[in-house]
Design a protein around this ligand. Structure first.
Ligand SMILES: [Zn+2]
Length: 416
């Protein structure tokens, strides 16, 4: 059953999810752009036809109704072909050429800024793959052909819904996979009987999921480990069970929030990787803080490629409003357009920026249900001296946020 395996599994810290500002009101319609991939020479084309995709999208529309999301797909309009040996062989983030494939997938996806891009591909081997994958740190979903996608011996209309979940910020319900109950029991024992060791998503409304793979297709709805009974989330779309089809309320809220965030950014997750001549905030000298010490935080595990230099400046207090002053030197005094690139996270505050004592731009709400780059935040035109003081304050926070922390990546200064 290793076919039903997306390979992208880094654990994400996440906790109780409350929808925030980005997800208010209405139903979102999201167009699906289906792209059938073949090798550069046209061979090994994915085994999918335009009409097949309708079944996947219909299933997704039932599954994501509680999230207020509706997927639009018209076979004549939204199905195209692409030749790319690189994308046709992609299997996930353990591929030797994953970085190249991800960049190419993002590049193609960016040409459809109004759509969720799904690549249907053959796979790396002579036999077509039956697996798919996605994650919220890049801008596309990878699927197999309809003819080869199966689970428990039947066609798998749920598969696109599962991958849409990853694309919209949902991890698996399970934290690990076991080949037998004995394996799961050993893990439970090692955790000193903490059921949380089976919790893959941090949501309080999806139960811990000790995934015993042989049970995926069997009629087993609960298992007992060391005397404790676990009711398996068999109908949850982010599980691996045969009956997977639905979302919990917290999952629905998360998916909706991330859908709104992606829509604000051309159906992409913002990236600071291409920022021209960035001033890394972690490199600036600290003048004064409200107490805590700032740290340089490598963003490994959150999609480090999305942050300039893969590192951010992390600062603040979970419990209390926080502020930090940094020295900002410039070679040539004058007027500059200043742009900030920051981070959003479940426990971040609302960030206000002051340069030389003057407030710049609007404060930005750095709450998000996941750790995500903010994208460009314009701070306006500012007159800079040779030596300047830049201050970041979190005096307030979103009601959904659990703290007043802040994460700041870099600044861009453009003379005007
Ligand atoms: Zn998955």
């Amino acid at each position: 059953m290793s076919r039903w395996v997306p390979l992208i599994v880094f654990l994400c810290l996440s906790a109780v999810d409350v929808s925030g500002a980005a997800s208010a009101g209405g139903t979102y319609a999201i167009r699906i752009q289906a792209i059938r991939v073949a090798d550069d020479d046209g061979s090994r084309r994915a085994l999918v036809e335009a009409a097949d995709v309708v079944q996947w999208v219909d299933f997704a529309n039932t599954c994501y109704r509680p999230a207020g999301l509706r997927f639009l797909y018209e076979p004549e309009r939204d199905f195209t072909d692409l030749r790319s040996t690189l994308l046709n062989g992609v299997t996930g983030n353990t591929d030797p050429d994953w970085l190249e494939a991800r960049a190419e997938g993002n590049r193609v996806a960016a040409t459809h800024p109004d759509a969720l891009v799904v690549f249907f591909r053959h796979g790396p081997d002579a036999e077509p793959t039956g697996a798919g994958f996605s994650w919220w740190t890049y801008d596309f979903i990878v699927m197999p052909g309809w003819a080869v996608a199966e689970h428990c011996g039947v066609e798998k209309p749920k598969m696109l819904s599962h991958e849409i979940g990853h694309y919209l910020g949902l991890p698996h319900t399970f934290a690990g996979m076991y080949q037998s109950e004995v394996g799961a029991e050993l893990a439970f024992e090692r955790s000193e009987l903490d059921p949380g060791c089976f919790d893959g998503d941090g949501f309080t409304d999806t139960p811990p999921d000790p995934l015993v793979r042989p049970y995926e297709c069997e009629d087993v709805d609960r298992i007992a480990l060391m005397g404790e009974t676990f009711v398996l989330p068999r109908t949850n779309i982010m599980s691996y069970y045969f009956e997977a089809k639905s979302l919990s309320p917290q999952q629905a809220a998360r998916a909706r929030w991330i859908a709104a965030y992606r829509r604000e950014h051309g159906m992409s997750t913002p990236s600071h990787a291409g920022v021209d001549s960035p001033i890394e905030l972690e490199s600036l000298k600290v003048i004064r803080t409200s107490g805590p010490t700032k740290t340089d935080q490598p963003m490994d595990g959150f999609g480090r490629e999305l942050w300039s230099d893969g590192t951010q400046m992390f600062f603040g207090d979970s419990e209390a409003p926080s502020h930090i002053r940094l020295e900002l030197p410039v070679d040539k005094p004058g007027w500059y357009d200043v742009t900030l690139y920051g981070t959003r996270a479940p426990d971040y505050g609302e960030v206000t920026v002051l340069i030389n004592g003057r407030r710049c731009g609007h404060s930005f709400n750095a709450y998000a249900p996941l750790v995500l780059p903010s994208g460009a935040i314009p701070l306006g035109s500012v007159r800079l001296r040779r030596s300047n003081v830049i201050e970041f304050r979190t005096d307030t926070r979103d009601e959904a946020s659990k703290g007043y922390l802040m994460g700041l990546d870099c600044l861009q200064l453009k003379r005007n």
